[in-house]
Write a protein that binds this ligand. Structure first.
Ligand SMILES: Cc1ncc(COP(=O)(O)O)c(C=O)c1O
Length: 418
């Protein structure tokens, strides 16, 4: 018995040593050696530290989440303080002051009037889509069920969010369970069966930082269906304004926020609505007009406290000004990169950058695609970047310093060669 116990303990220890043996990484081939190469044990500012003691620049803001830097003391302290007061209480039929303060603050910042919370971005997109459908039912137009989206759209990986997305590589395996959505421009927006149009303002991040011209949004002005703006990737200063929709000729009926909402520290997302939308859900209980959607951790006070601290930092650390000066620095570096023989296209809005490679001109190495080969070289040079297809993406934390931006581009140019 004792021996068995010892063996079991050894097995557990061996498993712990294996690292990713039990941790299944999203969008990652676990069979490839690369999947096991990067294990981060600490973060500070724009730096991540791996288990081998290497310090790398987080050139993708941990997939567009980190704003003020990792483990910002102001946010960490807000989290710790709130964790001692109220960790969680359901928002189903109950409220808490932290979620209320955050809802009010987000509404003041965006011009919206109501906020309902969830955890991940995709959940907030699901919320928005379901609000749109129920809105039309509540006001007596149940025929309105169709959703219109942009080409190359991406709104997340749950079934509803995926249905609103049209990046074939992500969706095609799941066609059997997604519903049909329609590309903007291919349907008449005056048609009485359209519930909502969902757009990413200015940048389609997951499509490889594709930029969408402001004119593309002009046809949305004054239309009848609801407009859902997905600012999960673009929100919180990345494009040079707090929200990208401020730079486009659009005003959302529903606004979806996530990722950077807590400064990148905790999972939190929000779907914001106007009075027009919200009021359609009011009525007598037995009319069942109230929203039939919600998540267990909606309005979690710890996550909301982190978000409030992050928003305070925007004022205290002048984050938007910092974002604008980082963009200017990035633009300078991109000008020369555009001329490089291995670069097919360069796209940028504010601090969201995609550098598309002429992949066919770059030798693959082993199982590594050309872009992953560059990513590996960058990692060795101290920069953590995950490519999107053939696109090198660069989305630095907004607290980054200009010398860190320069160091990334120096390393990229060195990796690409003359
Ligand atoms: C525009 C956009 N919408 C939605 C999502 C989904 O967010 P999450 O990964 O938090 O579910 C993403 C994620 O990258 C995104 O870029």
């Amino acid at each position: 018995m004792l021996l068995q116990g010892v063996r079991r303990v050894r097995r557990v220890q061996a498993t712990v040593m294996l690292g990713t043996a039990h941790h299944w990484l999203p969008f990652t081939q676990m069979n490839a050696p690369e999947a096991h190469l990067r294990r981060f044990v600490r973060g500070e500012g724009s730096w991540l530290y791996d288990e081998n003691g290497a310090r790398v620049f987080d050139a993708v803001s941990s997939i567009w989440t980190t704003i003020h830097g990792h483990c910002h003391p102001r946010i960490s302290e807000a989290i710790a303080k709130q964790a001692h007061v109220l960790d969680h209480a359901t928002a189903l039929g109950a409220s808490n002051p932290v979620a209320e303060s955050l809802a009010a603050r987000l509404c003041a910042l965006t011009g919206m009037q109501h906020a309902i919370f969830a955890s991940d971005g995709a959940s907030a997109v699901e919320t928005a889509v379901k609000i749109a459908l129920q809105y039309w039912q509540n006001i007596g137009q149940p025929r309105r069920t169709r959703i219109v989206r942009l080409n190359n759209s991406y709104h997340g990986d749950t079934v509803g969010a995926m249905s609103c997305s049209n990046i074939a590589l992500f969706n095609e395996r799941f066609a059997a369970i997604t519903f049909e959505t329609y590309e903007l421009g291919s349907v008449d927006l005056a048609s009485d069966d359209i519930a909502a149009v969902i757009v990413e303002p200015l940048v389609q991040a997951a499509a490889g930082m594709r930029t969408v011209s402001r004119h593309r949004y002009e046809m949305l002005a004054g239309m009848t269906p609801l407009l859902i703006c997905d600012e999960i990737a673009t929100g919180f200063g990345r494009t040079g304004t707090m929200f990208a929709f401020e730079q486009a000729p659009i005003r959302p009926d529903l606004l979806v926020l996530g990722k950077g909402i807590t400064g990148g520290a905790l999972a939190l997302s929000a779907t914001l609505a106007t009075d027009r939308v919200y009021e359609a859900f009011l009525g007598e209980y037995l009319e069942f007009k109230h929203l039939f959607h919600g998540h267990s951790y909606a309005g979690n006070p710890i996550a909301c406290a982190a978000a409030l601290a992050s928003l305070a930092l925007f004022d205290e650390e002048h984050t938007i000004v910092a974002s604008l000066s980082l963009s200017a620095c990035i633009r300078r570096r991109l000008d020369s990169l555009r001329l490089h023989a291995l670069v097919r296209d360069v796209r940028a809005v504010g601090t969201m950058v995609g550098i598309e490679l002429h992949a066919e001109r770059i030798e693959p190495r082993g199982s590594l695609t050309p872009a992953w080969r560059i990513a590996d070289g960058l990692y060795r040079a101290g920069h953590f970047m995950r490519p999107i297809g053939d696109v090198i993406q660069f989305v630095p934390p907004l607290c980054s310093r200009e010398e860190q931006i320069d160091a990334f581009f120096d390393a990229l140019v060195a990796e690409l060669g003359p």
